[in-house]
Design a binder for this molecule. Structure first.
Ligand SMILES: [Ca+2]
Ligand SMILES: [Ca+2]
Ligand SMILES: [Ca+2]
Length: 468
């Protein structure tokens, strides 16, 4: 590009160069002047796909009937700094013929759109790596003139509020235009929600719990209600008709996203309240209710021959979402090494575990910066009399948990694994010679060998009892 005496050279794409190429030579010419540009080629790893993120999870655009030109703006960035281009994904034919998006994310209407409520997606694509990000745009087209006999309210209102605190005036009644009017509220989703309510001033909400089962399962937790405007002049007898609107409503489709196109009715508003998550739940370890968790571990003499794969594999859950549920596992115990991402707990090489010692492992959300949950473990040392080797024909590692749970319910106490290996039956002979308490198996193919121990009321079970 040539501009104001300055020549700018930009790349317009990526390409793979031969490995032995060290330089690319370009000759630049301007009239009879020339210059040579030498580009040095350095090796690089294949590009890492960036994340493409819009500055909002969804956009709401309201335009007046008849409006054309620029109606809104979206913006996405790639976290590697790459520039992006925008495109529309929209099913509605009416919009397809008049809505477009520029390379800068500007949404434009080339002709006026019909009154109503629409939704569509904007896709941002990185120029070099071709990675996509998407966002949803809600577009409402509403009537311009609101006169006495033609009281209009917006067909769709999409708002977001934090959970766990009340919010007033989500939608208000215009005291001039809609004097003497009130809303009737009908729940759309969840059908029995009692957080949102209406009074003479408009729509409000009590504190909402985003972790409530009726909304926690949604990727974007939200509450949807329909408001109908009733004015005294026409509905004198229906003043407190709210119950009329409640009733079973077959939503049908759990995978909905908020805006199916809504038929326009100038006295009806659909309100979608997106409930923002706050970090009000600490992680909770699975099995926390049975604390301290008894764990068997071989006495020092047996560790080299058995070498358990880990002390325990812990897991915690967090009722929040996103970062608020991004857990990091850790422990301050000097004997333990905890994998921060998986929750696997290992005993450090040089550490000695002592009978009945208690060890605490923690999980912290916000990737280690937020709320913490703990679990307490109690160590039970196992000697050779507490460990058996179980051989299960034609089983694989993934069968271990079901085998152990079947076994546990059969014997009436917990049977746990120290480690498991899959062996082919040609190796069988060698293994047979040093395993005690092993069940005899004769088959071709492979088998799963599990080193197991039993715990009855937190105490190790003798292998004679385990073998029964
Ligand atoms: Ca909550
Ligand atoms: Ca929460
Ligand atoms: Ca949390």
């Amino acid at each position: 590009m040539y501009y104001n005496g300055v020549v700018t050279i930009v790349t317009v794409g990526s390409l793979t160069l031969p490995a032995d190429l060290s330089h690319v030579v370009l000759e630049l010419r301007a009239s009879n002047a020339a210059a040579v540009l030498i580009l040095e080629v350095t090796g690089s790893d294949p590009p890492i796909e960036p994340n493409v993120i819009f500055n909002s999870e969804s956009y709401v655009i309201e335009v007046e009937e008849g409006q054309t030109g620029t109606v809104g703006q979206v913006e996405a960035i790639a976290d590697n700094g790459e520039s992006v281009t925008y495109s529309l994904r929209l099913d509605n034919e009416h919009l397809q013929s008049r809505l477009s998006i520029t390379n800068d994310g500007e949404l434009r209407l080339s002709a006026s759109a019909d009154i109503g409520s629409y939704n569509f997606q904007v896709i941002a694509t990185t120029v070099f790596t071709g990675t996509n990000g998407a966002t949803t745009v809600y577009l409402s087209v509403y009537e311009t003139t609101l006169c006495e006999n033609n009281v209009g309210i917006p067909p769709l209102v999409v708002i977001d509020r934090d959970e766990e605190e009340p919010h007033h005036d989500l939608v208000t009644i215009n005291p001039v235009l809609h004097a003497g009017c009130h809303y009737n509220l009908k729940n759309i989703w969840p059908i029995d929600q009692q957080w949102l309510y209406v009074d003479e001033t408009g729509l409000h909400t009590y504190a909402i719990d985003r972790e409530h089962p009726s909304i926690a399962f949604m990727a974007l937790s939200q509450i949807k209600v329909e408001l109908k405007l009733h004015c005294n002049t026409e509905t004198r007898t229906k003043r407190s008709a709210r119950q009329d609107w409640l009733g079973s409503y077959d939503y049908g489709d759990n995978t909905w996203l908020l805006g199916n196109t809504i038929e326009y009715d100038r006295k009806t508003t659909i309100v979608n309240l997106i409930v923002n998550d706050i970090n009000d739940n600490a992680p909770i370890f699975v099995g926390k209710e049975n604390e301290p968790i008894a764990i068997g571990y071989p006495v020092p003499d047996l560790i080299s021959s058995i070498s358990p794969r880990s002390l325990i594999e812990l897991k915690a859950t967090d009722a929040d979402i996103g970062e608020n549920a991004a857990l990091m596992y850790w422990s301050t115990e000097s004997q333990l090494a905890v994998s921060s991402s998986t929750g696997f707990v290992h005993v450090r090489n040089d550490a000695q575990l002592i009978q009945d010692m208690q060890l605490v492992v923690s999980a912290t959300d916000l990737n280690g910066q937020g709320l913490t949950g703990t679990i307490s473990l109690i160590i039970k040392l196992l000697d050779i009399n507490n460990i058996a080797v179980l051989t299960v024909e034609n089983a694989f590692l993934e069968d271990e948990s079901i085998i152990l749970s079947n076994l546990s319910s059969a014997v009436g106490y917990d049977v746990k694994a120290l480690k498991s290996v899959v062996v082919s039956n040609s190796e069988e002979q060698a293994i047979n010679t040093y395993n005690r308490g092993k069940r005899d198996v004769n088959s071709n193919g492979h088998s799963l060998q599990i080193h197991v121990y039993g715990l009855l009321q937190r105490e190790p079970v003798l292998v004679e009892k385990l073998s029964e």
